[in-house]
Design a protein. Structure first.
Length: 365
């Protein structure tokens, strides 16, 4: 049976924008019939497995963007506070130190709370989904130019730490700026290692494992003895060399995260929308709190049908099919047959006594 015989053209369903009950019922009926016709138990299982892989990849990609942002913000904070110190009177040194510490604490707190926040977002998917920033917005955040310190600027700022300040206040303030930057890089390193341990198995399951080996090699470079030890033989103030090493480690962290992000981009490419079952374009998708993706138009329709309390149609797929059938007055126990062409408004309401999974199984048996 052709798609046009069972479901109005997608462009027509996209035009249904208001919460009008009749239009909502028609849309739900169309989706219910489409799900019954297209999704055999085998196809449904395959769709859910694909969605699970994409969800894991999408979550990894978003984590990479967040962690890249943490690292860049730490370096930016160090740079901006150091530049401010150049012209600041001694009376402002203490406030600069306090500000630097607050920035470090904020970034470290975001790192520590990241998993809990994501768990809360995922849990919400079973009730009324939150909508996360788009993939494009996350990429933009990771590359935010206001958080960047290029090499030329870094070398210029680094000169400020070449000689140990003669006054105690200046020395203490510069040492605090160094300490906050190094501590944040160390936290970023630990956070990246923890993240890599969690996602390494996904890399090992793809290809010959060379990608995982390359990431392991890069991470080990951070822990080399010459990257961690204080060089007391240097002619400059020892803080100068330690900042250089912290910067080198920060670059490695950035490269590792970028490499992971590049690899998972391929894994997180959108497949089909779980509602209309059409190919899903990344720039036209809504990312839900569980990191599943739905085409934005279908999500708007589903939210309207649920009066703003829409749940994820993948996390609760059986409930989703049952619900759209109920709203659209479609009997899940009936054969799809020619009833797909009958306007939903003419279908007599029936009590949905058959579960979605049982209906799909009965239809395909």
């Amino acid at each position: 049976m052709s798609k046009s015989a069972t479901l109005p053209p997608k462009s027509k369903t996209k035009m249904i924008l208001g919460p009008d009950k009749m239009l909502t019922s028609t849309w739900c009926a169309s989706i219910a019939r489409l799900q019954m016709e297209k999704l055999t138990p085998e196809k449904r299982e395959a769709m859910l497995q694909r969605a699970q892989r994409r969800r894991a990849a999408t979550r990894m990609r978003r984590k990479c963007c967040k962690k890249i942002s943490y690292s860049r913000r730490a370096k930016s904070s160090w740079g901006s506070h150091t530049l401010t110190l150049r012209s600041a009177p001694a009376a402002h040194y203490r406030s600069l130190s306090t500000s630097s510490t607050l920035h470090r604490t904020r970034i470290q707190s975001e790192m520590a709370d990241e998993d809990d926040c994501e768990a809360d977002e995922e849990a919400a998917s079973f009730r009324a989904c939150v909508e996360l920033p788009s993939t494009a917005a996350m990429e933009k955040m990771a590359a935010d130019p206001t958080h960047g310190v290029d090499e030329k600027l870094f070398r210029d700022i680094l000169k400020d730490f070449a000689v140990e300040p003669a006054d105690d206040a200046g020395c203490a303030t510069k040492f605090k700026l160094y300490e906050d930057y190094v501590e944040t890089v160390a936290s970023s390193r630990a956070d990246t290692l923890k993240f890599w341990i969690a996602c390494k198995k996904d890399f090992l399951s793809v290809g010959d494992g060379s990608a995982a080996t390359a990431v392991d090699r890069s991470l080990k470079a951070i822990d080399k003895a010459d990257n961690l030890a204080i060089d007391f033989t240097a002619k400059c103030w020892f803080v100068h060399s330690m900042i250089k090493k912290a910067n080198a480690n920060e670059k490695i962290i950035q490269r590792v995260l970028s490499a992971i992000k590049t690899k998972v981009e391929l894994l997180s490419q959108c497949g089909e929308c779980p509602i209309c079952l059409e190919p899903l374009e990344d720039d036209k998708a809504t990312v839900l709190g569980c990191c599943h993706k739905v085409c934005t138009d279908c999500w708007a329709q589903w939210k309207a049908a649920k009066q703003g309390r829409a749940f994820c149609p993948l996390c609760r797929h059986e409930d989703f099919v049952t619900e759209v059938a109920k709203i659209g007055a479609v009997d899940l126990g009936a054969s799809v047959g020619s009833s797909a062409a009958v306007p939903p408004s003419t279908i007599a309401p029936t009590a949905p006594t058959v579960s979605a999974a049982a209906a799909v199984t009965a239809h395909t048996s």
